[in-house]
Design a protein around this ligand. Structure first.
Ligand SMILES: [Zn+2]
Length: 141
């Protein structure tokens, strides 16, 4: 009998799926408002109709950001925390943003969703979270 292999997985399966990484929100069947994280009702029209679960675009733009310089033990500082707009979905969410160079983080910079380490599950599997990455300047050889 073989030993089950722990499979790397999202830290929350209702928020994030892998390959490719996609965040999941909910869309109101009445007014089409999309929100992240997913909710059981619509915060725009207060409809109680069961929202549709939708995969969100992995492409966004930085709407606002701050550099966090103090954090609880276990979190490496400094890091950038940003509000990211996903224009294709009409969603604004908060997430960490990374970049090759600190000066690449600017308002309206295009960012792409990626996964990042988020701890270890009880079965030894790696848990994955999400963040956004600023596309750096094109590298030419
Ligand atoms: Zn609604």
């Amino acid at each position: 009998m073989s030993t089950p292999v722990a499979v790397d997985r999202p830290f929350r399966a209702d928020l994030l799926t892998l390959d490719p990484p996609r965040l999941h929100g909910s869309r109101c069947p009445r007014c089409a408002t999309t929100v992240f994280p997913p909710r059981g009702f619509c915060p725009a029209c207060r409809s109680g109709a069961e929202p549709d679960r939708v995969a969100l675009s992995g492409e966004g733009r930085i709407c606002s950001f701050t550099v966090v310089r103090q954090a609880p033990p276990g979190l490496e500082v400094p890091y950038v925390l940003a509000q990211v707009d996903l224009p294709a979905d009409g969603v604004r969410l908060m997430a960490a943003v990374v970049s090759a160079e600190p000066e690449d983080v600017v308002l309206d910079a295009p960012v792409t969703l990626e996964t990042c380490p988020f701890g270890t599950a009880d079965d030894g599997a790696a848990l994955l979270g999400y963040r956004f990455r600023v596309a750096g300047p094109e590298v030419t050889a």
